[in-house]
Ligand binder design. Structure first.
Ligand code: C2E
Ligand code: CA
Ligand code: CA
Length: 402
């Protein structure tokens, strides 16, 4: 793999640190410029086409914070990596500042930087480049709903939700559900979310659809409460929602007006929030977290992120994708991946949830590995709202006795 398509600038007043970072960049094949203070850096940035700048925060003459503001106002480079020997919270608040000024912060790193971190950041630049055109999902049919069909479906209330139970590993207690969207299409019958969610995103109808879905879910949650079921409600969020700066405020408002506590809700976001406008999405997630929402990293295991990147997401939960859960009992390599993942999650104090638990064998491995919560066909398929209570009083009781 070669990175010679990338040009990097290292800015650090310590010659030793600057050389260290520059060498690591060069080892990946990138062309590298170095500056030892902010003024030198600006001069280089105005002259050269730079893809990514690695910036030390503590420098004489012009410190990193001032340099970053200047870079943003002159739009000199899009991607930055923030380096510092100061504490993590300072580094990340500078990251947030850079985000609000429109830069993409690939990483905030406590020095010394490692080769692995450089490779990761550089790969993600290339990843964003190759993803600027979204990849089509592999779907069973080629049917793609139109703008008019989806709008009509929203107005005529053909979208609704099924809820899949989540249970605790300890005692198989019924603690929550994940809301999964469904569409009863008047001509085509049931259309799966893998088909209509990408289309709704493409036509910019996802915001309206999400509002419709969330509204339904919140009123159903209140019905369960009235029937004695206190359930955490997990909702899937499109990464596109995390591009609106006022999303956190609007959602918190929406939830409060409906008399539901944010702490009883979990927002599931996939780890590809790590790509694209990382800093902006992280800022919005941080605000959601501050408002009390739980944040789950969904589909974990299908993408590419390491512990360091994970630790940047203000999450409360890690949800392991069914591709690494299903069949775990007969796949020793996958088992050790899951084992490592659970260790990382524990270090980061994240609750762990396994999705796609289909068999008793898989379940017993997961219990042995120390997972916190479980979801999958072994327990239940997604159900309509009024079947949750009967399920918990019937099937679930039977499962506990197995
Ligand atoms: P997801 O978030 O990964 O949801 C889990 C999917 O796995 C669901 O498919 C669920 O029915 C299925 N599943 C659960 N347990 C098992 C199991 O044991 N075995 C197998 N084979 N499958 C299992 P579903 O409902 O078709 O949803 C597909 C995807 O559509 C979801 O994947 C999610 O990414 C998206 N989605 C669904 N509802 C919404 C929504 O309201 N908003 C957004 N933005 N996306 C949604
Ligand atoms: Ca999900
Ligand atoms: Ca999944």
């Amino acid at each position: 793999m070669s990175n010679n398509d990338l040009t990097a600038l290292v800015v650090d007043d310590s010659v030793v640190q600057a050389n260290h970072a520059a060498n690591l960049c060069r080892e990946t094949g990138a062309s590298v410029f170095s500056g030892h203070n902010g003024l030198e850096a600006l001069e280089i940035l105005r002259r050269e086409q730079i893809d990514v700048a690695l910036i030390d925060l503590e420098m004489p003459i012009m410190d990193g914070v001032e340099l970053i503001s200047q870079i943003a106002s002159e739009k000199l480079v899009q991607h930055i990596i923030i380096l510092s020997s100061k504490d993590a919270s300072l580094i990340s608040s500078v990251g947030t500042m850079a985000e609000t000024e429109g830069l993409t912060v690939l990483s905030t790193i406590a020095k010394p930087i490692s080769a692995e971190q450089i490779v990761y950041c550089f790969d993600s630049i290339r990843n964003v480049r190759s993803k600027s055109k979204p990849v089509e999902d592999h779907k069973e049919s080629n049917y793609e709903p139109t703008f008019d069909e989806i709008s009509k479906g929203i107005i005529e209330q053909h979208f609704f939700l099924n809820y899949q139970p989540k249970v605790t590993a300890k005692g198989l207690l019924f603690k929550g559900v994940e809301a999964l969207a469904r569409w009863d299409h008047p001509e085509r019958g049931r259309v799966p979310p893998d088909t209509f969610i990408p289309a709704a995103e493409k036509y910019e109808l996802i915001g309206t659809l999400t509002t419709t879905i969330f509204g339904q879910a919140l009123s159903q949650k209140k019905e369960w409460r009235d029937r004695g079921l206190d359930l955490n409600l997990a909702l899937n969020l499109s990464p596109l929602s995390l591009r609106n700066s006022d999303f956190a405020d609007r959602l918190a408002d929406f939830v409060q007006k409906r008399d539901v506590k944010t702490s009883e809700l979990t927002l599931e976001v996939t780890e590809n929030v790590l790509f694209g406008d990382l800093a902006k999405s992280l800022g919005i997630l941080a605000r959601l977290r501050l408002k009390g929402f739980n944040i789950s990293i969904d589909d974990y295991g299908t993408g590419f992120s390491n512990a360091e990147q994970l630790s940047n997401i203000p999450a409360t939960e890690l949800k392991l994708d069914r591709s690494i859960i299903s069949g775990i009992s007969s796949r020793p390599k996958i088992r050790s991946i899951v084992e490592n993942t659970l260790r990382i999650a524990n270090d980061l104090k994240l609750k762990t949830v396994a999705e796609g638990v289909e068999t008793k064998e898989d379940l017993s491995i997961l219990l042995e590995l120390g997972i916190d919560e479980l979801q999958g066909y072994y327990f239940s398929r997604p159900l309509s709202s009024d079947l949750l209570l009967p399920w918990s009083e019937g099937e679930l009781v039977r499962l506990r006795e197995e």
